[in-house]
Write a protein that binds this ligand. Structure first.
Ligand code: PMP
Length: 347
């Protein structure tokens, strides 16, 4: 595949303090852009990262026709660079795009484009567990026309941002009782941009109460726990791990499915089934609820310290041999090429 390449004149890398990176604020030297027009994807371009210009009427601004992905590149001790299950992200961006009536990005544009971009910006991927390059592929409806119908022109773009290990601080959550993130038949399973904007307001209300995140419940009854804003969610009751099945309201997370597989590999009792708020509150009262943690590419695993539901607050116990740290350790060691990769997740 041909890629048109315009290199940056002078790298910005020396201006970056890699020990003080705020997540998602610093971008590498280059980005990849591929235009869709006249019914086809054109030759992709790699060019210096920088502002783009759009017609104010571009449909993405009015109708939110936009989907994205989140993945990471890791560098091992020998300077080899790995992605973790990137085929999952490729299929998911096109599954998201299909729901928003967008044309699928071709496999070679996604993979060869990304590979070339990572070769050019290789120096931005720092070694050491926790250091990574966060990769943000996205597709937007770029055609200028304020008509509420699918665009005929799109841009597929990949930008990359160096990241350090992500520590969200102590996380306490509210189990959603009023607002919903997604509904049956809706777009919850897609990484549609609007899914995230719609969470900002309810999450800001949670912040005012001293909670960092919301665990979304099913929109019909608010009785079943589904996922957090950017993470899938696991509950440990006794020694059993439970997580909700994915459906059209829940994002099919790569970290989630990897944890389910690892649990099977290491003989940890894992159940994929609906989890009710009542069950979790009862387990907490009985002292059986040992852990809640979220899973996602950015933080890998995020332990949750406590939760609130109907004005009742619960704290989770401090435990030394947590599943959260067990799975985080396994995943990181696979990602950084320090552990046998028996499922061929590293690419
Ligand atoms: N749920 C939502 C809504 C998300 O945005 C994400 C982040 N992609 C996840 C779960 C976790 O998915 P993954 O493990 O693939 O990063």
């Amino acid at each position: 595949m041909n890629i048109d390449i315009e290199l940056i004149q002078e790298s910005k890398i020396d201006t970056v303090d890699f020990n003080n990176l705020a997540f998602g604020r610093t971008f590498t030297d280059h980005m990849l852009i591929c235009d869709f027009a006249d019914g086809e994807w054109k030759t992709p371009k790699i060019m210096p990262y920088g502002p783009l210009s759009f017609e104010p009427s571009a449909r993405v601004f009015h109708y939110g026709q936009a989907v994205f992905e989140g993945m990471k590149a890791y560098k091992d001790d020998n300077d080899d660079v790995f992605l973790f299950r990137p085929d999952e992200n490729f299929h998911r961006i096109n599954k998201s795009g299909a729901r928003l009536a967008m044309p699928p990005v071709p496999e070679n544009v996604f993979f060869e484009g990304l590979k070339k971009l990572l070769e050019l910006d290789n120096a931005w991927i720092k070694k050491g567990i926790g250091n990574s390059l966060y990769i943000r592929p996205f597709i937007i409806a770029s055609e200028g026309a304020i008509a509420a119908s699918p665009a005929e022109e799109y841009k597929f773009i990949i930008i990359c941002s160096p990241a350090q290990s992500y520590y969200a601080g102590e996380v306490r959550v509210i189990f959603a009782e009023e607002y919903s993130r997604s509904a049956d038949g809706g777009v919850g399973f897609a990484k549609a941009a609007g899914n995230y904007a719609a969470q900002f307001y309810p999450t800001s209300l949670a912040h005012k109460e001293g909670y960092q995140q919301i665990i979304w419940t099913d929109a019909n009854t608010h009785e079943y726990l589904e996922e957090a804003g950017t993470m899938n969610i696991f509950f440990r009751i006794g020694d059993k791990l439970v997580t909700a099945p994915t459906n059209d309201r829940i994002l099919d997370g790569v970290t989630r499915k990897s944890i389910i597989q690892l649990a099977k590999d290491y003989n940890i009792d894992i159940e994929v089934r609906r989890v009710s708020v009542a069950e979790i509150k009862e387990a907490a009262r009985q002292g059986e609820l040992k852990e809640i943690f979220g899973s996602g590419t950015a933080a890998v695993i995020n332990p949750i310290k406590g939760f609130k539901h109907q004005n009742e607050a619960f704290e989770l116990p401090e435990i030394s041999d947590s599943y959260a740290s067990f799975f985080k350790d396994k995943l990181l060691n696979i990602q950084y090429n320090k552990l046998e990769d028996k499922h061929n997740w590293r690419v």
